[in-house]
Design a protein around this ligand. Sequence first.
Ligand SMILES: [Cu+2]
Length: 150
Amino acid sequence: MIDLRVPLLALFTVVGVNAFAQVPEVSGAWVRAMPPGQHMTAAYLQLRNLTAGTVSITGVHSDVGMASLHETRLEGGRSSMRAVDSLDLAAGEAISMEPGGLHIMLMGLETTPVEGDIVPVCLQTSEGEVCADAQVQRAAPDTQGSHDHH
Ligand SMILES: [Cu+2]
């Protein structure tokens, strides 16, 4: 019996990390609802790298339109967006995409995302692909402690 424990534990650990957990772990995905006729919006989510190594995000995509990784920056009092080619998460690092910062830009949408819709977003990473169903909402979820009063 004792001889079996080590291999079983090892197997459990491997399965636990590779099959059941996302790398990186994605949570709290949401997309901003837009007024009728709008063909672009943004998706936000939280990423957590629970592995012992660096994980790179190399691209994003969504079935609903053209997706790209963007960052909003304040430069000289003006807010501007720029494309981000890739994103590295060090071991144990967490990154939060939220209004005013990193986001997944969604453009060329055939249908305007309205509150209650679900938008699938996927991230290409150095470990494969992770996807999440983003809830379309009018504002950031309260649970994330955001104070977006626009
Ligand atoms: Cu953008």
